[in-house]
Design a protein around this ligand. Sequence first.
Ligand code: CO
Length: 218
Amino acid sequence: MAKKGTGAHQDIYDQVFENNRKWVEEMAGKDASFFTNLAKAQNPDFLYIGCADSRVPANVIMGVEPGNVFVHRNIANLVLHTDLNVQSVIEYAVTHLQVKHIVVCGHYGCGGVQAAMQSQDLGVLNPWLREIRDVYRQHYESLSTLDEHTRYKQLIELNVREQCINVIKTAAVQRQWIKNQFPTVHGWVYDLSNGLLKDLDLDFDDVLGKIRKVYHLD
Ligand code: CO
């Protein structure tokens, strides 16, 4: 029987399965029960919400093995209240997995943020990127005084902060925090040029306090 999908670029496709076999051998070599243990259950301490950019893989940059971080990624690491996908991820991670930390991780050089800064019609991406344009509008006065490079970096950080606030607005996070004093929400930015993570030192208690004045849900 002819092999399926023998078109162009078949070699890079086949390579994935070769890599996978090697990885399985390597992991099982280090710990014979690695896969049987993981198959039983997951118990991650982290929920990571990051950009879909191929250069920012959550587990790799955090240096953690499978099982340690529940991951949601989309263009420009957005947390929209109308996005059933991200809201379901947060609900599940907080209520069922009981994660201790929620991270929103942006990255310098984010194409989504760059696109949002330009006056350009991007089709179906328009409503998605509008969230970033709203952040831009909210901080327009201070951002407009900066040179383009600094403004781009600043908007990436402001977007992360705003998405952290969106996480804290959710009922699941507020409910769990009041009950257990976790999860804590953190904003990070990853630097593509040196591989380092920067903690934006979000004052979680302060943000939560301010948010609960308006968005409290109990
Ligand atoms: Co990005």
